[in-house]
Design a protein around this ligand. Structure first.
Ligand code: WT7
Length: 631
């Protein structure tokens, strides 16, 4: 399957074609996949409802495309390299044939446990090969996977189980993360106290912890696959059948279940993977994300495997056992394409150059960045010390909702400018809108980033609440998908993402809604009200600053802070913990009761001298108190 564009000129031609004749363009791309039944129309759409259908009435199974179809030519090629948390432990390599057999075997196990097409399965797993196997096994039988990042709390899991009305959880006893071990089964057990839809829990034995197993509900992975055949027919799926739900934060308190469907997601993840990274058949490709996020779904699992690539999966963290681990793994496995997040680059940069300088990094050819804007300093360090000034950096802008990379260079083909994501991929039609919703045609401008035409891997709905999908993404600007980001476009048409313009905070590339964190903080019995904002942070990009009103001003603020952090950890997970907590007696509100976050943001950013107009506030005196007490 050859989807790769090979020159900048070819990119320009393809781009033009994709805009002028989108259906013909995608029809040609889609011909590279195996369809059990051909589609009879490429696209049906409107952005008003929205109602988006790609490859209408086509039948396929994404795992047939990611596995079966490679067996003949690539049966003995490595599909997956797994590098453990502990560098002294043995790594695992699975060929396409081996991965095929494991997926089929586990797919049969799922069936034997009663999972049927359309059932929702929650996957809460360590970054081990079985996570990928579980994801693909669900897809094999048409079950809808919903992976929950293994750093979320019991509460967060319970919310997702209930929202998805899931019937199964796949988990492990626990996981390794750097020097720590984290229980998973215990957290699942706690979550299940609040859920009544789950019938079965499959537990992978990762740490030999012998967790409690509830009779009739819990079953070990190794028992579940006993006697299962290594061949399982691939369920025929409609192009628009659900492939997965992935929960992500929005501007309200409740995470949204972003729904992706089979056909379009398959076509776009493979197409974007091969083009953005300029993938070659012999490449070893490594994306350092967790499969629990969209990056892992699209560019550890589906995009690479659909392309017949060798994808590396890493269990650990960048700084264990030391800050050279990423580079050691690159040299050890001869990684050619390396895809990571700015927050990791900044953390490793802060650890000093010695670590990176002790490795050759000779094999690297293309570097990637994702998750948040990459600042120029980090970009330069990445380019010089990791890429040795010879590797292009693709700064890939996209979202959980977009399913795949939207704006990015294509390997070394495209013009590259630090901190700029660059040009749209073929088939992607971004626009910048002004305050009034008018399209800005010129270059060297700034506006709200929207997309005016559908692309195959876009979200179709938010699970169980289509209206929410419409309101969140399609109601701001008629006829446009609204990204929630602000962006600039330079004189050459390259896009630079400025950041979110809504109430979403991006901490180390992870998304949180301010409302979601406030709700979590307010769950603490001592808290009356809170307001959180993001502020710039050297490593995390943004960090969380919380202004909290307690029943009375705490006598021991540090103890109260610790308690609030504990509440947030319980409600969402450690990853959402506020960096700074300031106790206040009031919040700046307008006369209609709306919190003026602009002011709180300025204070958090250390720019209290630039608060602007505060005269419309209900009680302007609270501002002085907040400014004086700023952390
Ligand atoms: C938000 C989406 C899909 C990637 C993982 C995060 C920000 C993402 C970039 C980039 C600047 C970026 C945006 C976007 N973002 N990539 N290359 N440059 N900002 O997925 O959790 O859905 O978050 O991440 O603000 O809206 P996500």
């Amino acid at each position: 399957m050859e989807l790769r564009i090979n020159s900048f000129e070819e990119y320009q031609n393809k781009y033009r074609q994709s805009v002028e004749q989108p259906e013909a363009f995608w029809d040609e791309v889609a011909q590279n996949f195996s369809w059990q039944q051909p589609y009879d129309k490429v696209l049906d759409w409107n952005f008003d409802e929205p109602n988006i259908k790609w490859f209408v009435n086509g039948k396929l199974n994404i795992t047939e495309n990611a596995l079966d179809r490679h067996l003949e030519k690539r049966g003995n090629k490595l599909a997956l390299i797994w590098e453990p948390n502990d560098p002294k432990e043995r790594f695992v390599r699975l060929t396409y044939r081996e991965l095929y057999e494991k997926v089929n075997e586990f797919a049969n196990a799922l069936k034997a446990q009663g999972v049927k097409k359309g059932d929702r399965v929650i996957i809460y797993m360590p970054m081990i090969p079985e996570l990928t196997i579980a994801v693909l096994a669900c897809a094999r039988i048409g079950a809808v996977h919903s992976v929950v990042f293994a750093g979320f709390s019991a509460n967060a899991i319970a919310d997702r189980i209930q929202d998805a009305q899931a019937t199964m959880v796949i988990t492990a006893d626990g996981l390794n993360r750097g020097p720590k071990q984290v229980p998973l089964k215990r957290v699942v057990d706690e979550a299940l106290e609040h859920c009544d839809t789950i019938e079965k829990v499959i537990v992978y034995n990762c740490l030999n912890w012998a967790p409690e197993m509830k009779a009739g509900r819990d079953i070990w992975w190794h028992d579940a696959i006993q006697g299962m055949e290594k061949v399982c027919p691939a369920e025929p799926m409609d192009s628009e059948d659900m492939l997965f739900i992935l929960y992500t934060s929005g501007s309200t308190g409740k995470p949204k279940g972003v729904v992706h469907t089979c056909g379009g997601y398959m076509v776009y993840t493979a197409y974007s993977f091969q083009n953005v990274f300029q993938y070659r058949e012999s490449d070893v490709y490594w994306c350092t994300a967790d499969v629990g996020w969209i990056t892992g779904h699209s560019y550890i699992v589906y995009g690479p495997l659909l392309s017949g690539a060798t994808t590396l999966m890493f269990e650990g963290v960048p700084t264990y056992p030391d800050a050279g681990r990423f580079w050691q793994v690159c040299d050890k496995h001869g990684v050619n394409i390396f895809y990571t997040a700015p927050t990791a680059i900044r953390a490793l940069m802060a650890a000093g150059d010695d670590h990176v300088l002790s490795y050759s990094l000779n094999s690297l050819r293309v570097l990637g960045s994702v998750g948040e804007p990459i600042n120029e300093e980090a970009w330069k360090w990445y380019h010089l010390h990791v890429g040795k000034s010879k590797c292009p950096i693709v700064d890939t802008w996209w979202q959980t909702e977009t399913g795949g990379i939207m704006l990015s260079g294509l390997g070394d083909l495209s013009p590259m400018r630090p901190a700029h994501a660059g040009l749209p991929l073929p088939g992607i039609q971004p626009v910048l809108l002004d305050q009034e919703g008018k399209t800005i045609e010129e270059n060297e401008v700034e506006g709200y980033l929207c997309v005016k035409f559908p692309w195959p891997s876009m979200l179709r709905t938010t699970y169980g609440d289509h209206e929410r999908c419409r309101v969140a993404y399609f109601s701001h600007y008629k006829g446009h998908y609204f990204t929630g980001d602000g962006a600039k476009r330079d004189e050459n048409g390259l896009y630079r993402i400025i950041g979110r313009v809504d109430d979403v905070i991006n901490v180390s590339g992870h998304r949180f809604g301010t409302a979601e964190i406030e709700q979590a903080i307010n769950a603490n019995a001592m808290v009356v009200e809170s307001a959180v904002v993001g502020y710039p942070h050297d490593i995390k990009g943004q960090a969380i600053y919380a202004y909290v009103i307690c029943q009375e001003l705490p006598s021991d603020p540090d103890m109260m802070r610790a308690q609030i952090i504990e509440t947030v950890t319980e409600q969402i997970g450690k990853i959402a913990k506020p960096e700074k907590i300031q106790f206040v007696s009031g919040l700046p509100k307008t006369r209609s009761g709306k919190i003026m976050r602009r002011i709180l943001r300025k204070v958090a950013e250390g720019e209290s001298d630039k608060l602007g107009d505060t005269s419309t506030l209900l009680d302007p005196t609270v501002v002085d108190e907040i400014v004086n007490g700023a952390l």
